[in-house]
Design a protein around this ligand. Sequence first.
Ligand code: ZN
Length: 580
Amino acid sequence: MAAAVKRLFPQAKFGVGPAIDNGFYYDIDIGRPLTPEDLKAIDKEMWKVVNQKAEFIREEMSIEDGIKLFESLGQTYKVELLNDLKTKGTTKVDAEELGDVEPGATKISTYRTGNFVDLCRGPHVAEAKDIGAWKIYRMAAVYWRGKETNPQLQRVYGLCFATAEELEAYEKMLEEAKKRDHKILGPALDLFTFSELVGSGLPLWTPKGTIMRNLLDEFVWSLRSMRGYEKVDIPHITKKELYEVSGHWDKYQNDLFKIKTREGHEFAMKPMNCPHHTQIYARKLWSYRELPQRYANTTMCYRDEQTGELSGLSRVRAFAQDDAHVFCRMSQSKEEFLKIWDIVHEFYAVFGFKLQVRLSRHDAAAPQKYLGDPDKWEKAESMLREIIAEKKVEALDGMGEAAFYGPKLDFMAKDSLGREWQVATIQLDMNMPERFGLTCVNEKGDQETIVMIHAAIMGSIERFLSIAIEHYAGAFPLWLAPVQVAILPVADRHNDFAQALAEEFKAQGIRIEVDDSTESVGKKIRHAEMQKIPVALVVGDKEMESSDLTVRRRGEKDQRLQPKTELLAELKQAIAQRTS
Ligand code: ZN
């Protein structure tokens, strides 16, 4: 693509252009914004490069020679990258910024294709004809190296796959994903809204959305309560001293919403709940016989995300964590992990998500990124490895993916479109208990430092709902649907009967809505379908005279007659078992 751009725009200067999932991008400066016509022209020119069967020829040279070469080519951004690599050495080089250059290299490599030379660490296909199927599909304006004071470049995104079939399948998936976008479906189904007065990244939950949030939370709680968890609750702010002890004041400085009180004290909105929960544990001296203490708490957290990063429910400034912390002895931690493992699997199975686990461990080469001593990290990580081995699953290796306070098991879920999302996480924490001096009195009468396990099942309800909305395309299973049954009276004279019927269903715990608008029954049916309500009952003269109901189920073409008692029993069973 860069070669094609250079042919079309000889003045073009190139920034960074890495390979990414499913394709690539390149930051380009042609002195003006690119237009959609430009993208078409680039795509066309790329075909010419490919059809000329250009070879990719690798050359290696010293950093100095590289600087001379790219200076002579007028590629000032590349020169800047190379100068940084030379002067700042390897440790300070931000690998993401210097995506084209292997950190630590003294030599750099270039690839030549036709007349075009580019800085690239490779590897490359040997010839342009070996490139599979691609498509230039998107562009965005970005600042050079992400700094607002730097020049603006055009980031051109391309998809790239080995075969045209794979590219086509991926594009179909993108199209389907667009139709399911929770940012559009959520408000269309009246689940949540945003207000400019309240601010971006701060979703507001409607009655229907709140029903779903509570149902999800109750489901998680039902799995926890049978495993010995207890509910606790905490304020949403704290003195900064709490976070100075926990280490968050240092590490999370930029993400904290800070509050100055009229007396001049500094407070912060909580970005997580663990430090507060430690203080519930710390209220008394515990005997080892009383452990584990398992505290569950679904509560809001607040993080000062940058405005540009906010996106629907996926990235927000206020979110509800279905959080829990287990305070126990190291010797009990494995059993507690296994319990949470089971909760995670029972929960996600109901949604039909396939789970993949990742062991997120520390990077021994960057000890400054983690709290606590390396020995404890090794011990904790080997315990997690044992669990994975016992459960006989293939775990991904997440080297460097640990939290700063401990290693984790992260769970990735595959949705109905085959997309992967990081969802649940179980984290072992041996550092926070030490910082807060959390102990129990052991068998010998000594005070023993305990460990702490962080265990969010959904992560945040907002993020989980964003995934669930797209997974189901808004057609939620009966147990989760905010409205389970819609009653559609054919004419005004059927309204009273419809209301009485609704009361009967409500008394059985079913969420029901009567559409007594003046619309035609055809329109009412259409509306219930648009709202993706699982069951619709059409009520007319015939239904008023019999105990049978005319039932329309979501996704089924035909309506059918069913005895009322049978329908009620069927619905109640499906709801209780969360089967549909
Ligand atoms: Zn926590």
